[in-house]
Design a protein around this ligand. Sequence first.
Ligand code: AMP
Ligand code: MG
Length: 413
Amino acid sequence: MRTVVEHQGVVAALFGAPEPVLMKVPDAMGLATSSDIDAPLSLPGFDNSAMDGFAVRAIDLAGATADHPVVLPVGADIPAGRTDDLELEPGTAHRIMTGAPLPSGADAVVPVELTDAAVGPVAAAATVTFTGPVDAGKHIRRAGSDIERGTRALPAGTVIGAPQIGLLSALGIAEVTVARPLRVVVLSTGSELIEPGNALRHGQIYESNGAMLTAAVIEAGATGRHLHFVPDNTADFTTRLDEVADSADLIITSGGVSAGAFEVVKDALSATGTVEFVKVAMQPGMPQGCGLYGSAGGAQVPIITLPGNPVSALVSFEVFIRPALRGAMGLPPHRRRVSARLGADIRSPRGKRQFLRGVLDDGEPAADMVVDPIGPPASHHLRYLAEADALIDVPADVDEVAAGSSVDVLLLR
Ligand code: AMP
Ligand code: MG
């Protein structure tokens, strides 16, 4: 039997790094930059006001007090977006808004609230009264104070999220080079399967792995395509694989890999010689298969064949596929591992690494988290999977763990 770590290595080795692609910045959400990105301009691009108020020369307000206020004539109005280069005459003030370019000659902004001017959408009065001095430089955002033109904005390998999209857009960058998202197709097998929305006959079940695994693929940052399932018929199965192999970077199948008499995936792929079927010392998810599928058209595409039990399928995805997919795309693992105290005694089969469903109670302080095991270990209990927010990772050589012990936990959220 293969260990979990060994099989993780085999699965990860199926993938090469996807080539870089140029994408519109918003479409690159969740992907990793392929190269360093330097700022093509400075931010801010020009000295501008940090407040709604009055642009002044600080020296003009030097002697201002409540008893001896300074009154200056108001020159122009400078709203954000004004593009002409304005001058501030000595002994005057311009009314200026947040983000508007500072007029040349001005070296400070006094917020409107500190003057006698009305706040709000009213015309400027002819004069404005200041009851105190202002330091030169006050309430001014200097050009380049956020980022200087030519300096590194994002290093290669940065995962694009909302703040990165904000920075790139502010720098005027519309397109970015990222590691291409891997294209994953998901194909379920089983003659008992019926598509949700249709009536069931006795002995039939709704197909749930396909939609579940496709969602997991998308959450992992790849693109997911959910194929209509095939019955336990090797010709139907390989026909469907051949249809999609050329346009996929990975095929994930579910079902048909254990020890029964109608194991369509195993039957169809064993003979290829490029897909191996192994037992991995874990629970759930012992029967696993992976390798390369050579389509009739000649393409060689990585294929991972998951067991059909829904819990086995999703746990296998979390343990093997998510880290491999993300690693290939240059993305960090996604799921954090933490230590938590076990909320109840558990038993575990000796010789198998067990992944039990758990619910975390993020106690205060966070260092004192408790994880409660939920549901039986059997791998058809979708309800407990849907309730769980963690997998309790019990090492292979352990057969029981007492409540209160520290355990390793893989966070599912
Ligand atoms: P198998 O791995 O094909 O032997 O299937 C193991 C168990 O998982 C059986 O109870 C199947 O009915 C169930 N199963 C297999 N594929 C799916 C699927 N796509 N959706 C829901 N249950 C499935
Ligand atoms: Mg089956």
